[in-house]
Design a protein around this ligand. Structure first.
Ligand code: 13P
Ligand code: SF4
Length: 311
């Protein structure tokens, strides 16, 4: 038994002793995904966090995801194995003051914001959404005008799929990882793999969404790739999505050719967690996510509105 196996055994022992579960987002490195009890997109992980009976949730993801778990299940201890550089930069682009200002300018609009936001911003929203349900959440409201943020590309995606007037807040809100993709990238990879299907995450620029075979959340990509007869896919989202897809394909004895649209599409904030840090996190029960009670209550209303779609 080597050092890594020992470490994994110890993590599993600690997990059982403390009644903990490990959740990992699709963008985590493969070895973190492999040790997780559940791997998923941001919506799937929200649903698990809400329902779990574990006492401790170890969240292998970025800040807003762990905060969402805490909001949905506040009596549990939610831990991030690392807090340094664990922020999703996009989540910090929509502070609550920007929402207050936008509401003043558009008093007749509802506010729908991406889960990739701070808890204090969620507390100001009428609903949250993820890339897996953004259009459906917007359609929950009768109002024609929707203030939508922070991702302007996801706003484009929603505007195209609903009859609503979508007002993006703030102007220029984006994810630096998906913003990198250009038409040139797509042309280059498609020339190399002419039979491949191009799957694009809705955080990508409109011109890429327009030429993609499918625009989908990371969870959508899992279902699509597993059920499709196509052999080669160009994956237009963070590179470790390919790890997730391979894990699921291996489980059912399949293999496909998965090509990254860009091999440098890496979300740095998702790469700080190691097996050693998970072990320490379980031993020392750090770093705990703590949120103001009032913020939790208000933010929960917005998240519950979104989750009403799944009930
Ligand atoms: P998903 O909702 O598809 O998991 O995406 C979350 C995210 O952070 C994308 O960059
Ligand atoms: Fe945030 Fe982009 Fe990283 Fe997703 S990929 S967590 S949106 S920075």
């Amino acid at each position: 038994i080597n050092k890594k196996e020992k470490l994994i055994n110890h993590i599993n022992e600690l997990k059982n002793q403390k009644n903990a579960i490990i959740l990992a987002h699709n963008y985590q490195p493969r070895e973190i995904q492999e040790i997780a009890d559940f791997i998923g997109d941001s919506l799937e992980l929200c649903i698990i966090a809400e329902k779990t009976e574990a006492d401790i949730i170890v969240f292998c993801g970025v800040d807003f995801m762990a905060e969402t778990a805490k909001i949905l299940n506040p009596t549990k201890k939610v831990l991030l194995p690392e807090i340094v550089d664990s922020e999703c930069p996009m989540a910090h682009q929509l502070p609550p003051e920007v929402i207050i200002q936008a509401k003043k300018e558009h008093p007749d609009a509802k506010v729908v914001i991406y889960v990739n936001t701070l808890a204090s911003a969620k507390a100001m929203a009428d609903a949250t959404c993820t890339s897996a349900n953004a259009d459906k959440v917007v359609n929950l409201f009768e109002e024609d005008k929707i203030l939508f943020g922070p991702d302007n590309n996801l706003a484009y995606f929603v505007e195209k799929r609903t009859d609503k007037k979508i007002i993006p807040v703030p102007k220029g809100g984006h994810c630096y990882v998906h913003k990198m993709y250009t038409l040139e990238d797509a042309k280059k990879v498609k020339a190399e793999y002419p039979d491949a299907e191009l799957l694009i995450h809705p955080e990508s620029n409109p011109e890429l969404q327009d030429i993609a075979d499918y625009v989908m959340s990371t969870g959508g990509m899992v279902k699509h790739v597993l059920n499709s007869p196509v052999e080669t896919f160009i994956i237009g989202t963070e590179c470790d999505m390919i790890s997730r897809l391979n894990i699921e394909l291996e489980k059912v004895g399949k293999s496909k050719n998965l090509v990254p649209l860009r091999s440098d599409a890496i979300c740095k904030s998702m790469k700080n967690i190691t097996l050693e840090k998970i072990e320490t996190c379980l031993i020392e029960e750090k770093y705990e996510v703590n949120l103001d009670k009032e913020i939790i209550e208000k933010a929960k209303v917005a998240i519950d509105k979104m989750l009403s779609l799944n009930k």
